[in-house]
Design a protein around this ligand. Structure first.
Ligand code: CA
Length: 223
C-alpha cells in the first residue's frame, strides 16, 4: 500500500514517513498542495494524508480539486484546529476522515488501517485467502496455524496480492503500490521479492500460491 503525505512541516512529515514505513507502507512526501495534487493525479496512491494548513493552495482546496477531477483516493486530513466548522468543511470537501493535531501516532495508524480496509472488506482486520491469513493490525501472516516471517517488502507485496485475489497484477501496478519514488523502475525487484515469497509460502504445496502470468505479472490463487 502506498501513501502520499502532503505536509509542509518537515519534522511532522519525516515522523509520519518513518512511522508509516515501519508499518510497511511505501511513502512519498511533498510539502506543497500544488505538487501534491499533481502527484495524486499521476500515481495511484492507496491513501493521501493531507495537512489543511499549507503555503499556497491549502488542504481544503487540494481536496476539492482532486474530487472535482475524479481522483477518488481516500484522504485523511490533518488539522490543528478542532473547531467543529473545520471538521465539517474538511469532510464536505471530500475527505474521508480527519485527525486533529497534536495526535497520537498509534491512533493515526489505526485510522489509516480503517480507511484502507473500508475500500475492500469493511469489517475485517484480517485478510483471508485460502489457507493464508494476514492480520493487518499485528502484521502477522499465518499459513494454517504456522506463522510465516516476512520482511517489510515481502509483506507489502503479499498484502497487495491478498487484497486482489485472483486478479492479475502487473509488475508496474505492484511497483506503484509497494515502492515509493526512490524505486528505479528498470529493476527486477518485484520478481526478486516474489521469488523470496514463494520460498516462504510454498512449503508443503505442490502448486505455487503465486502464479506467474508470463510477460504480464502475477496472480494469487484464492483457492
Ligand atoms: Ca502545515
Amino acid at each position: 500500500m502506498r501513501i502520499l503525505i502532503i505536509e509542509d512541516e518537515q519534522r511532522m512529515a519525516d515522523l509520519l514517513q518513518q512511522g508509516l514505513e515501519e508499518n510497511r507502507y511505501a511513502v512519498d512526501i511533498t510539502c506543497t498542495g500544488e505538487e501534491g495534487e499533481i502527484l495524486a493525479q499521476s500515481i495511484p496512491y492507496d491513501l493521501i494524508i493531507l495537512d489543511i494548513i499549507l503555503p499556497g493552495k491549502d488542504g481544503i482546496e487540494v481536496c476539492r480539486s482532486l474530487r472535482k477531477n475524479m481522483v477518488g483516493t481516500p484522504i485523511l486530513m490533518l488539522t490543528c484546529k478542532d473547531a467543529l466548522q473545520d471538521k465539517v468543511i474538511g469532510l464536505d470537501s471530500g475527505a474521508d476522515d480527519y485527525m486533529v493535531k497534536p495526535f497520537s501516532f498509534e491512533e493515526l495508524y489505526a485510522r489509516v488501517r480503517a480507511i484502507l480496509r473500508r475500500e475492500k472488506s469493511p469489517t475485517m482486520s484480517k485478510i483471508i485467502c485460502g489457507d493464508l491469513v494476514m492480520d493487518t493490525v499485528t502484521r502477522q501472516v499465518f499459513h494454517g496455524n504456522k506463522s510465516i516471517e516476512l520482511s517489510g517488502k515481502e509483506y507489502a507485496i503479499l498484502e497487495y496480492l491478498m487484497r486482489h485475489p485472483d486478479a492479475v497484477i502487473t509488475r508496474t501496478v505492484m511497483e506503484q503500490h509497494v515502492w515509493n519514488m526512490a524505486l528505479d523502475s528498470s529493476s527486477n525487484l518485484v520478481d526478486v521479492y516474489i521469488k523470496k515469497l514463494r520460498t516462504k509460502l510454498d512449503e508443503d504445496r505442490h502448486k505455487s500460491l503465486i502464479q506467474t502470468i508470463r510477460g504480464v505479472g502475477y496472480r494469487l490463487r484464492a483457492k
